[in-house]
Design a protein around this ligand. Structure first.
Ligand SMILES: [Zn+2]
Ligand SMILES: [Zn+2]
Length: 84
């Protein structure tokens, strides 16, 4: 499978390393956005706490930007490839 963003940029032979959880596009490492997310659980007295270890969320750059615009991404923990 090849990276969708590379294909649209005329780079035809770049292999994908993953698939965006939001739109399903295949992405190379350069076009992937890797976010660290903490799952939560409810402990006695209805307190919501984060659990360890953190999980990984893989999205394309387009969906990462949309998530950040909507305020649902933890931008301080994400990784944007260089150039962004
Ligand atoms: Zn790519
Ligand atoms: Zn996407």
């Amino acid at each position: 499978m090849n990276c969708l963003d590379c294909l649209t940029g005329q780079h035809l032979d770049v292999l994908a390393v993953g698939v965006c959880v939001d739109c399903g596009a295949a992405m190379c490492l350069e076009h992937a956005y890797i976010e660290v997310v903490h799952r939560t659980t409810v402990v006695p007295l209805n307190r919501v706490v984060q659990v360890e270890p953190p999980a990984r969320l893989l999205t394309c750059m387009t969906c990462a930007a949309a998530r950040q615009a909507a305020g649902v991404a933890s931008t301080h923990q994400g990784r944007l490839p260089h150039g962004r």
